[in-house]
Design a protein around this ligand. Structure first.
Ligand code: NDP
Length: 281
């Protein structure tokens, strides 16, 4: 039997419609929600991601500004730009598009952003709040996954959630969100022995490795809910980290494209609005 499709595109459209209503409400109070994005250099993938964020903001009635800095900019110049945005009361959300050119420290950049405007949720203050179960601004991809699970009525308390990948952007915050939601959580990495023994125990399997076909059908038990975070390009097409044949084993699964991806941008808008709403209060 084929898995139920967890449709991220449709769910993101719903979230974006709510965001548009939230933005409109703020405007009646004289507040224009505003996201500022810093883009360093000419990385084509980064330019595409930034354009899609701009388009999404426009669709929801959120102002967006892109600050473009040359590939050669220094750490001090980049941080000075962040300071300007931190100090601007008209800017609610700040994000620096990653990855940065190799001579720049993304850790220092993330720490320079005012945690109250850190709509990517990567600042140690925001990660710490998530870790102690008092989340404020939560990283967009894992947050979007929790919204997807809720939308499809997939309950978390008492469930065994297995996460493959432990990055700062996806795996780690995902694990914290699942712990906060009363799931039993296992996090795997490249040194995990017998990965399939663990993945087969999952009620919900979340995969973010950056490698096509990390998870194949024999690694998944019948009835598992599978969330595929991966975005890979293979033979000119987009594919995830999970073999598409897993659709025949899982009870529900996100497609790639059209699964987790659209939720990430939707949550970025939602986080920006949360900051603007908090300021309005
Ligand atoms: P990273 O490369 O930062 O992290 C990958 C993680 O996966 C690491 O922790 C690594 O382990 C682990 N890993 C890799 N291979 C295996 C394996 N065979 N078995 C077990 N663990 C493994 O990637 P990201 O988290 O940034 O991204 C992961 C994927 O998600 C990418 O395809 C990326 O494009 C996609 N992505 C999609 C987003 C979306 O909006 N849909 C947003 C962000 C990312 P170790 O720590 O030991 O190296």
């Amino acid at each position: 039997m084929s898995a139920r499709i967890i449709d991220g595109k449709a769910t993101a459209e719903k979230v974006n419609a709510m965001s548009a209503a939230r933005a409109a409400r703020l405007k009646t109070k004289g507040i224009e929600p505003h996201l500022a994005v810093i883009l360093v250099g000419e990385n084509p993938a980064s330019q595409t991601y930034v354009r899609s964020k701009e388009r999404a903001c426009e669709g929801a009635g959120i102002r967006s500004t892109v600050v473009r800095l040359p590939e050669t900019c220094t750490q001090a110049e980049l941080e000075q730009q962040i300071d300007v945005l931190n100090a601007d009361p008209g800017v609610h959300g700040i994000l620096v598009q990653l990855p940065l050119p190799a001579h720049l420290s993304s850790d220092q950049v993330i720490e320079r952003i005012d945690p109250a405007k850190d709509v990517d949720g990567f600042h140690p203050v925001n990660m710490g709040k998530l870790a102690i179960g008092m989340p404020e601004l939560v990283p967009c991809t894992p947050l979007g996954i929790t919204v997807l699970l809720e939308e499809y009525g997939i309950e978390l308390p008492g469930k065994h959630v297995v996460i493959v990948g432990r990055s700062r952007i996806v795996g780690r915050p995902m694990a914290l969100l699942m712990v906060n939601a009363h799931a039993t959580v296992t996090v795997c990495n490249t040194r995990t022995p017998n990965l399939s023994t663990i993945t087969r125990q999952a009620d919900i399997l979340i995969v973010a490795t950056g490698h096509r076909n990390t998870i194949t059908p024999e690694m998944v038990s019948a009835g598992t809910v599978v969330i595929d975070v991966g975005i890979n390009r293979f033979e000119g097409k987009l594919c995830g980290d999970v073999d598409s044949e897993v659709m025949n084993v899982a009870s529900a699964m996100t497609p790639v494209p059209g699964g987790v991806g659209p939720m990430t941008v939707a949550m970025l808008l939602s986080n920006t609005l949360s900051v603007a709403e908090r300021n309005a209060r």
